[in-house]
Write a protein that binds this ligand. Structure first.
Ligand code: PLP
Length: 351
């Protein structure tokens, strides 16, 4: 297989002259900034929010670089990882012409982003045990296939996808393979970030919304070759991550011990909740999870969902999704919340 980024890029993106912001054009330190039509008098808040943020988020990337072991030039930071997903469509997929492959049941935004961008979706269902159908993927690839999305650990099933299978897909595809590792911190499987130097056609997506506990700040990352990251930077809005998020994310990234502690707690709680769920007669299967949620196949998903709502507990009903029939997706809560869940389920009477 031969990967050539230039062949993949849409012609308009190849020729695009990106917006050049005031902060792009002058990068040094000055005492008087009269170049960006900001409010020179100040901000009504203690922080200097009257100034535009760093367009390339140098401090956030420096901290991520240390934690992830990836140089800043291989990191894109966006307004949630959903921004990275959308940019991939806009940069590489010609609307009405190109297509992408998804492997359902999987995260819903790949499909929504494809629809927004008028890009055809090819669905190659996962196997019964939620692994890749390699033959199906190979058959689905055509000359206009630009991206293949693989979510591992997968949402909503919770399992990791076999590493060798992912490697097979990367090695046999001329387009870009996107591995969405939103839940990687909870997984027994290693990240694919280490393979970036080996595969030019790999994009790894991660987020601070899950294990890092910062969903409200909207910080997502894409890790890829320098060439691909340059494309992201060319296409993104000039100030795609606001200054409050940059400041707070930079501060939070100093607190990895707290995050690692929570990850250990969540993994222990996950195993406990899984064991407890198995005991209920209306639970047909508790799927193995490498994430901070569990997919549970039940006899009566809708009724159990409603019963939990009445107890003030909201889970996600995934029972209408192919291969997830009868299933609820349950996020791991605090020990007290998990106990509340199990108690509420114990009062469910499906007789
Ligand atoms: C697999 C997966 N990828 C990406 C995201 C989006 O994350 P973010 O909050 O970074 O946009 C989610 C959120 O639920 C997810 O489950």
């Amino acid at each position: 297989m031969s990967f050539d980024l230039n062949n993949l890029l849409r012609e308009n993106i190849k020729n695009l002259v990106p917006y050049s912001s005031a902060r792009d054009e002058f990068k040094g330190e000055a005492s008087v900034y009269l170049d960006a039509n900001e409010n020179s008098y100040g901000s009504p808040l203690p922080e200097p929010y009257n100034r535009y943020p760093d367009p390339l988020q140098a401090l956030v990337k420096e901290k991520l670089s240390k934690i992830k072991g990836v140089p800043p030039r291989n990191i894109f930071v966006g307004n949630g990882s959903d921004e990275a997903i959308d940019i991939l469509f806009r940069a590489f997929c010609r609307p009405g012409t190109d297509n992408v492959i998804i492997v359902p049941p999987t995260y819903g935004m790949y499909e929504v982003s494809a629809n927004i961008n008028d890009v055809r979706l090819k669905r190659v269902k996962l196997t019964e045990d939620y692994q890749l159908d390699l033959e199906g993927i190979a058959e689905a690839i055509d000359p206009n296939t630009r991206l293949i999305f693989i979510c591992s650990p997968n949402n909503p099933t919770g399992n990791s996808i076999n590493r060798e299978d992912i490697e097979t897909v990367i090695a046999n595809f001329d387009g870009i393979v996107v591995i969405d590792e939103a839940y990687i911190n909870y997984s027994r499987q290693k990240t694919f970030i280490r393979e970036l130097t080996e595969y030019a056609n790999l994009v790894v997506i991660q987020t601070l919304s899950k294990a890092w506990g910062l969903a409200g700040l909207r910080v997502g990352m894409a890790f890829a070759s320098e060439e691909i990251i340059e494309v992201f930077n060319k296409v993104k809005p000039p100030y795609n991550m606001n200054d409050a998020s940059q400041r707070l994310a930079s501060k939070a990234l100093d607190n990895i011990e707290q995050v690692n502690h929570w990850i250990r707690e969540a993994v222990t709680a996950r195993e406990k909740v899984a064991r407890e769920l198995t005991a209920f007669p209306f639970v047909l299967k508790v799927y193995p999870s490498d994430a901070n949620f569990i997919l549970v196949k039940t006899t009566d998903a809708k009724e159990i969902y409603q019963h939990l709502v009445k107890s003030g507990i909201i889970v996600r009903d995934r029972s209408k999704i192919a291969l997830c029939e009868g299933s609820l997706r349950i996020t791991i809560g605090t020990p007290a919340e998990n106990e509340q869940l199990i108690k509420a389920l114990a009062t469910f009477n499906n007789g």
